[in-house]
Ligand binder design. Structure first.
Ligand code: ZN
Length: 170
């Protein structure tokens, strides 16, 4: 029997919805072959969080492309990160109380002092602003955010149920 990973399937569905939604909002969709070299150059080919020079820098979503942060796969939200940062940053979800995105909290953790933190934070923010991300004319206000989240949760549960039914019939 194939090994179904429900979380993987649900995450892929969320990602696809966010891609479709991002296209609707006219974000410039990130294409590795077209944009990656420019993004690398903008960040001097170092990890935008820890500053490591790593030959295998990965395309990280600054605002996480997940059900809690609703980041998009677009220019202004893709930055180079070393594999370690790309992985560890996932453990820093958005702070519910302060409404602060996880990337800032993670950046603070890996910056040796406040100067470094501010410098790297400004660089990332400047990049996001250059692509109007997230756009100021779009008020991704709390209720919009919650509506999308709720729909994604319903979808996630439906996918899980459908997978379970399918597996039973195999
Ligand atoms: Zn790093």
């Amino acid at each position: 029997m194939p090994n179904y990973n429900e979380n993987y399937v649900v995450n892929m569905a969320f990602r696809n919805i966010l891609i479709a939604y991002g296209t609707k909002l006219k974000y410039i969709q990130f294409k590795k072959t077209k944009h990656w070299e420019d993004i690398l150059n903008r960040f001097d080919k170092i990890c935008c969080y820890c500053g490591n020079i790593n030959e295998s820098l990965e395309a990280d979503h600054i605002i996480g492309m997940n059900k809690s942060e609703l980041g998009f796969d677009c220019l202004g939200n893709i930055a180079p990160a070393c594999p370690s940062c790309n992985r560890k940053k996932n453990n820093y979800p958005q702070n519910e109380n302060e409404k602060e995105y996880g990337w800032k909290r993670y950046l603070k953790e890996v910056s040796i002092n406040n100067n470094i933190y501010n410098k790297r934070k400004k660089r990332i923010e400047k990049y996001m602003e250059a692509y109007n991300y997230p756009p100021k004319n779009l008020k991704m206000n709390e209720s919009t955010h919650k509506i999308i989240q709720r729909k994604l949760h319903i979808l996630g549960n439906n996918i899980k149920k459908a997978l379970e039914e399918t597996i039973k019939k195999l």
